[in-house]
Ligand binder design. Structure first.
Ligand SMILES: Cc1ncc(COP(=O)(O)O)c(C=O)c1O
Length: 363
């Protein structure tokens, strides 16, 4: 493990030296010195045997935060989502989700591949769906029709530009699920961005959802890891599913220590990332080569480029000038702020955006 930590530290130095501004995703965060120290000092055991004290502490701490009975630490958010879908459904059944949601769009067909379940998708508003859209998609009891079993929501909505659900909408969806005997899962990869932006209490989420997935390796800044939260019986089953999906880790406490550190120290600071995203959006709003910017609520900024050049052209222009972004469609580009984006990096980005507008940069 020491070797791994040394490699991480070295990578960190190299990244700082190459002076680019990393805005592709908040998954690019590097562990801080304090986080590395917590990892280095972690007490560990074999987590598959349930004997890693740091993993156990992280699971108990996170379950308590959300007021849920139990939690399980997994290698990725894809795994926590797919374990939840696997446990809530049976082969041949149907899960309702938004058409751009991560569980459907970005998890390599995991719903079908791993659970034999099919997705019923619906177009949301910046990633959000509403009870009146869900109701008509619930299949009647009829031998011809797949049984509808699950609704998956995502908060914040990644492809929706970091948009957040209102508590009222999530509560109304839960009421509908209860009436229709459906389970409700939350992909909360960036749930703390929503919690901080809307000044919410994580325990309210624990009351609304049957299961919640939380990523530690996005804006919270841990190198690896996600948590799945639910009641004791659900998490008991999740341990078997995690094992069969190949996600049982041994001395995982080194990683859990980073996650614990992140939950204890990196939640409130997400507000800084949100402010930086707002400043980026403002600068983009006055750039001549930008057609429109999606409203910013958290740490994601998605904008549409103007004119006949594609988003990849502009991504390349930005990259040539040290600004790393990602095209999310032929016309859209995404920027994500996180703890690795310094004030200086933000100023540099804003300067480059305006110099591209003025044509004062050599392509
Ligand atoms: C909304 C959302 N859900 C789930 C995930 C999956 O996380 P992981 O990359 O840890 O599998 C991501 C990753 O970017 C995400 O953006």
């Amino acid at each position: 493990m020491l070797a791994i930590i040394v490699v991480i530290s070295t990578t960190q130095k190299n990244t700082t030296m190459n002076c680019s501004v990393e805005l592709r995703s908040d998954t690019f965060t590097q562990p801080t010195e304090a986080m590395l120290k917590a990892m280095f000092n972690a007490k560990v055991g074999d987590d598959v045997f349930g004997e890693d004290p740091t993993v156990n502490e992280l699971e108990a701490f996170s379950a308590d935060m959300f007021g849920m009975e139990a939690a399980i630490f997994c290698p990725s958010g894809t795994m926590t989502n797919q374990i939840a879908i696997n446990l809530h459904t049976r082969p041949g059944e149907e899960a309702i989700c938004e058409q751009g949601s991560h569980v459907y769009f970005y998890e390599a067909g995991g719903i079908a591949r791993l659970s034999g379940c099919q997705a019923r998708t619906v177009a949301g508003t910046r990633g959000q769906i509403y009870p009146e859209q869900i109701l008509p998609l619930i299949n009647p009891e009829d031998v011809h029709r797949p049984r509808t079993r699950l609704v998956c929501l995502e908060n914040t909505c990644n492809r929706g530009g970091g948009a957040t659900y209102s508590m009222e909408n999530m509560r109304n969806i839960r009421t509908l699920c209860d009436k229709q005997n459906l389970k409700l899962h939350l992909d909360g990869a960036r749930i703390f961005n929503a919690i901080v932006a809307n000044k919410e209490n994580p325990r309210d989420y624990g009351k609304i959802f049957h299961s919640v997935s939380v990523c530690l390796s996005k804006g919270l800044g841990a190198p690896v890891g996600s948590l799945l939260l639910g009641d004791k019986a659900f998490i008991h089953e999740a341990r078997r599913a995690r094992k069969s999906f190949g996600g049982g880790m041994r001395q995982a406490g080194f990683l859990a220590a980073a996650g614990l550190y992140a939950l204890q120290n990196h939640v409130d600071r997400l507000e800084e990332d949100h402010q930086k995203a707002h400043r980026l959006a403002e600068a983009l709003g006055s750039a001549s080569w930008v057609k429109s910017v999606m409203p910013v609520e958290t740490n994601i900024v998605i904008f549409e480029v103007a004119g006949d050049k594609s988003s990849s052209y502009w991504v390349e222009q930005l990259e040539t000038n040290g600004i790393k972004t990602v095209a999310t469609s032929p016309t859209h580009i995404r920027m994500v702020t996180h703890l690795g984006v310094s004030e200086e990096g933000l100023e540099t980005t804003i300067d480059i955006l305006s110099r591209i507008s003025k044509g004062s940069l050599t392509p």
